[in-house]
Each structure stands twice: as C-alpha cells, then as structure tokens.
Design a protein. Structure first.
Ligand SMILES: Cc1ncc(COP(=O)(O)O)c(C=O)c1O
Lengths: 401, 268
C-alpha cells in the first residue's frame, strides 16, 4: 500500500467506494434515501445530536466498553497477546446497539413514527426493538423463518420489547430474504417509516451511516490502547457478516501502520461451496442496492449460503470492505463452522467469556495468528455474547435444555 | 435493429388508441408456454411485451411476481434463456416490441457490452432495469444508445421535479410511471395525483416521450381510467396470475389470456 487513503473522500458524493457501493434501488426509494442523507448530514453531525447520542451510549448502553487482555489464553497460545474489545458488554449484548440507537435517534429527528429492521441472528432486531421501546417508536422486525427457529430466544426478547416479528419464508428464509422484505415494506411505507438497516450493507447512505455509528468502537479502542499500552496494536481482527462490527473497529485505524484482517464464515469449507464468504470466494455484483462482492452463480443468481452462525449467513458484504479488499488495505479470510465452534469453547473455558458464534469466527483466526506470530499484539472485536447461541450449541452436543 | 417502440406509440396515437404493455415472467411455467403466451397476447391486442428476467432477489416485486420468478428459477431460467425466447418469438413476429425487464445482477454478470450486443442480435427493443436508476446505468445507457434500443426508466410518486426532468431526458421509448409507493401487485389509489405527475413528465419532455403507467392496473375499468390521461398502460401481476392458474392446460391458458387481453385492449 503506497497511496495513503484519504478517508474523508469515501464514499464519494454519489455513494461510491470507487467501483463499489452506489444506489442500485428502484426509483421510489431514491428520494427517501436522499432525504435520509440530508437528515444525517444535518442532525447527526451537529453538536447537540452528538451530545445526546454520547450520553445515551454512556448511560444506557454502557460505553466505553473495556479492552480486556486475555492473558492466560495468550500464554497458552504462544508469545503473542490477544486483547478483546468487549462489545459483548454493551446493553443487549452486541455492537448492534451502537447503530440502532444512533439511527433511532435520527429517525425521531426526521419525524418518523415507525421503524423497520431486518435481522439474522436477532441481535440487530433486539437492539432495534430496544431503541424503539426506549424512544417510543413502533417497531417491525423481518426475520427469516430458518433464523426464527435457530434464534428463538432473541425472537422472544424482541416480542417482550414490543416489536412485531414478521417471519419471512421467501427465498432462502434467512437474512438475505429478510432484507428483501424490509426493503419492500419501506418502499410501501416510506412516509412514516425509517428503515434501520443492521449492517454496512444496502444502498448509499446506509454503508456510511452505519459505519459512522459503529466507528465509536475503533475510536475508543485506539485511544484506550494508546493510553494503556503506549502503542497501537499490530493486528486488528473482526468477523465479517455484512461487516459492521469489523468496519467499526477498522475504520479509525485505516491510516495507521496496523495489519487488519476480516474473517468470513467458511461454513463447511470454501471448497465445499457451502459457506458465506463472498470476499474470499465471490465476485463483484449488485445486491441489495450496492455493488460489492457477492456469492452468485454463472447466471448472476444469488447463491444459497451456509454458516453455523445466523449473523454471518449472508451472500453479500458492505461495499467498503470490497473496496478495502481490492486496495489490499485489509486482508479477508475465512474459518469453518468447526474452527469457529472450537474457538467458542476455547474462549468460554479459558477466559470465562461466552462469545457469539459470529465472534467465534474472529477468535478462531486470532488464535491461529497468535500461535504463528511472535510477540505481536492482536486486538480482536468481541462483537457479541453467546447467550443467544446456547440452543444451537446444546443441540450440536445432543443436550436437551 | 432500431427499437420498434417509438413507432408503436406514434401509430396508436394516430388511431386514437392507447398502447397496451403486458408483463410476464419468462420461464414460468416453461419457456415454451412463455413463448405461446407472448404470441397470444400480441394477437389479442398487446403492443409491447415486458419480458421478465428472473432474479433471486426481486426487491420491487410483490408476492405474485416473486412466486412466478421462483417457479421460473426452479427451471433454471437464465438471462441467456430469456434472450433465446425472444429469438424464437421473432421467427413469427416482427411487429410486437419486446422489452427485457429485470434486475441488474444477471446483466452485470453477463457483462453490459455482451448483453447489449446479444439483445441487438435477437431483436429486443428495449431494456428496463428496475434497480438501476440513471445514476447507476451510464454504461448501459451508452450501449443501448449505440444500438438504438429504448432505455426505459421508472418515475414514481416520490420522484422530485428535478429528477423527473432528468429521467425524461435520459429515457427513450417511454417513461414507466409507477402509480404507487409500493411493490408490484398493490392497489391503485389517488388517481388525480397520478394524472398530475404523468402530465408533468410529458411537459418536461415537450410531449416527445410517451408516458405509460403501471402498478395496480388489474381490469378493464382500472385500465380505462389510467388510459384516459396516459399514453399507455402496463399490466403485470394479473397476467402472471392468469398464466399460473391455467399453467397445466396450455389451450385453456391461451383462450383465457386472449379473452382477458381483448377485454382491456377494447377499452383503451
Ligand atoms: C455478535 C455479532 N457479531 C457479528 C455479526 C455480524 O454482523 P456485522 O458483520 O455487520 O458485524 C452479528 C450479526 O448478527 C452479531 O450478532
């Protein structure tokens, strides 16, 4: 990487990260997206909005989240050091609330009374339902039928919080189709409804807005690390579904001399074809309003994905990641279901932290890295806690809860 | 070959008739039935056929068309197949215009240059890519212009005046005015605001570009209402539904389709 990335230039005014991103939506959504962009520029960058958001992130969400040095585990693995940015300690148990709360506040400013969201693992759905309960907004969450089955605890949490959960049984019945359904709802109810998209995917300005709200992770971490260890980490590692927890950590470090790795869901292995790793094994295409790496067949149809983790089970990825991949600023790799499961147990048993299955993908790679490298500091985004995955784990172990 | 679409609108205009545009999903229930339905429709009064390219994630479509696309994808209908159906159609029909309608990714995968060349070779007249507004279709527009094909864009109730101006400049063939905020198969509403917007678009193009309206037109009465102030009407979901209903009996399907199309053609 010779050229220094000028972060401020991306995305461009038209919503592009060079060849990626953009606004590939039907005409009806163009104006609402522009309105959203204007509202975001007007409110979200204002001092008073920032003050409100920051105070809620502090008192309601529990920020700043700590960085925890996983000392005993690091020692077991070798001479490198693994640090965990504890997004699992956020209210509702994952990084998703950073974005949900920011966007819900924005929606309120825009005078919207109804919120819709899509969710895979249910973490974004829960975060959105939580923000809506707090801000007195009506909330409808779209969720694939298959995900409703494997994340039943989160479904009940959303209902408790007053959200309506709509089961999506079109297509693959997972996150991708929940997103389709949310877009269809939005186009029908644009006047009173704001769509809180859960990752850095979708048409411009969503990848930018979600990134900005999630960047609190990276800014905090950068300051904390410098203060505590008087240096920057050598490596950043995060799992990549749509890519919001990853970009949230990565973005503030992009101009630093730090190696950055995003970890996708390798499912049963890249070679098996049963995975959800578009950056590792896909090609550029157009899905959900932007141009990005996707998983498609030779006719441009979107392929079925597979991952043990509902939150990574998505055939696309945020366009900024596609751009960072092609720029070779960030390296993307994948780990399998089994590797992620091993890492899940390793962290749980050695550090007393039960990670989300999504996060376990990042952990698996970080552990491999720690074994391989000498004396490096690895900062990992512990994007969420694993309570929601207990059912899945128990089932795999043939245990009835 | 140059797009047939401008001539079709001109001819109809001189006869005081409105242009009838129909939509169906290619490959549901099969390519053969699609071909047969296309011929039936053109014989019964359809002027332009919008032939749907199936795509796994049709975000602008309601349940009726989604299901039709799913059935077509079960047959593995590809963009190449869609083009081959047009090629077959052209063996017996040189008058009815065909517009390929769908989503960007299959076209992107084929390559825009290759796509444009293939549709030119097979006698397609125009292209409408639902999720590719003017801003994202500069390349496609360049190629379609080169081959003298119509590039149809959507306008909708949320389109601002400034955009309407731009869309009427960028479009060729016709502008597809979407009557409602919503997806295909929804109910029609607010006729006066539809009329207002249709007139606006016509004004912006100095009456050079026809405006056709679609979404929510189901029967002769809604067709007549919309035809009163537009240059053409588009019917999709109802046709898709009808073809599906009689999909196991081709003869019956064709006769029902013919009756339905005529009932609308006669009143616009
Ligand atoms: C804990 C956790 N991590 C990661 C993800 C993946 O999303 P993203 O890639 O946008 O961070 C999810 C999504 O549900 C999640 O719940």
């Amino acid at each position: 990487m010779k050229r220094k990335i000028n972060l401020k230039n991306y995305p461009s005014k038209s919503g592009h990260f060079d060849a990626f991103g953009g606004v590939y939506v039907s005409e009806t959504l163009i104006h609402p997206l522009r309105e959203l962009f204007s509202a975001y520029k007007k409110y979200a960058t204002s001092a008073s909005f920032k003050k409100t958001l920051n105070s809620q992130l502090k008192d309601y969400v529990g920020r700043p989240t700590p960085i925890y040095y996983a000392e005993s585990l690091s020692k077991q693995l070798g001479s490198s050091h693994i640090y965990l940015k504890r997004e699992d300690l956020n209210h509702t148990g994952a990084h998703k609330i950073n974005n949900a709360l920011g966007q819900a506040l924005l929606a309120k400013k825009m005078g919207k009374t109804r919120i819709i969201a899509e969710t895979g693992a249910g973490q974004h759905g829960v975060a959105t339902a939580t923000a809506c309960a707090r801000l007195n907004l009506k909330c409808v969450v779209y969720m694939g039928e298959e995900d409703i089955n494997r994340q039943s605890v989160n479904v009940y949490r959303m209902k408790l919080l007053g959200a309506e959960v709509v089961s999506v049984n079109s297509g693959t019945k997972t996150l991708k189709d929940a997103l389709n359904e949310a877009l269809r709802d939005w186009v029908t109810n644009v006047d009173d409804t704001h769509y809180i998209i859960g990752s850095v995917a979708g048409p411009h300005p969503y990848p930018m807005i979600v990134r900005d709200f999630q960047s609190v992770i990276g800014y905090e971490a950068r300051n904390q690390f410098k203060k505590e260890y008087k240096c920057l980490p050598d490596y950043l590692v995060a799992c990549v579904g749509g890519g919001s927890n990853a970009i949230g950590l990565f973005h503030p470090f992009l101009n630093d001399k730090v190696k950055i790795v995003g970890v996708e869901a390798g499912g049963s292995g890249i070679k098996s074809g049963k995975h959800a790793a578009p950056l590792s094994a896909g090609s550029p295409g157009v899905l959900h309003g932007n141009r990005t790496y996707i998983m498609e067949d030779e006719n441009g149809q979107i392929k079925n994905t597979h991952s043990i983790s509902a939150g990574l089970d998505y055939p696309g990825v945020g366009p900024e990641h596609s751009w960072l991949k092609d720029l070779k600023r960030v390296e993307y790799t994948a780990v399998t279901d089994d590797e992620a499961l091993d890492a899940f147990f390793t962290l749980t048993q050695n550090e007393g932290i039960i990670p989300a299955l999504e996060t376990a993908h990042a952990l698996a790679y970080a552990f491999q890295l720690a074994k391989k490298l000498k004396n490096k500091k690895i900062l990992l985004n512990l994007s969420g806690r694993g309570d929601k995955d207990i059912d899945t784990i128990a089932k795999l172990k043939n245990i009835k809860l | 070959m140059t797009s047939r679409i401008p001539n079709i609108f001109n001819k109809n205009k001189s006869k005081n008739k409105k242009t009838f545009i129909s939509y169906l999903v290619c490959g549901d229930p099969s390519k053969d039935i699609t071909l047969s339905a296309m011929h039936t429709m053109s014989k019964s009064g359809v002027d332009i056929i919008e032939l749907g390219i199936p795509f796994t994630d049709p975000i602008a479509d309601g349940p009726t068309i989604q299901k039709s696309i799913d059935r077509s994808l079960k047959n593995n209908t590809s963009l190449r197949d869609v083009i081959s159906v047009v090629k077959e159609f052209r063996k017996d029909n040189n008058d009815t215009a065909v517009v390929l309608m769908g989503y960007m990714n299959p076209v992107h995968k084929m390559g825009i240059d290759k796509f444009a060349k293939q549709i030119n070779d097979t006698g397609v007249d125009g292209v409408l890519i639902v999720d590719s507004p003017p801003e994202e279709s500069v390349m496609l527009n360049k190629y379609l212009t080169k081959y003298k094909k119509s590039h149809i864009y959507l306008a909708s109730p949320t389109t601002t005046d400034q955009r309407m101006k731009n869309i009427s400049k960028m479009s060729s063939g016709y502008v597809y005015y979407v009557t409602i905020k919503g997806i295909t198969g929804s109910q029609l509403s607010n006729v006066s605001s539809i009329r207002k917007n249709v007139n606006k678009i016509k004004k912006y193009s100095n009456n050079n570009l026809p405006v056709a309206v679609g979404f929510g037109i189901k029967d002769s009465s809604s067709a007549q209402k919309m035809a009163a102030f537009s240059d053409g009407i588009i019917i999709g979901s109802s046709i898709v539904e009808l073809i599906h209903k009689y999909s196991n009996n081709e003869k019956k399907m064709n006769s029902k389709l013919s009756t339905y199309i005529s009932s609308i053609s006669n009143v616009i």
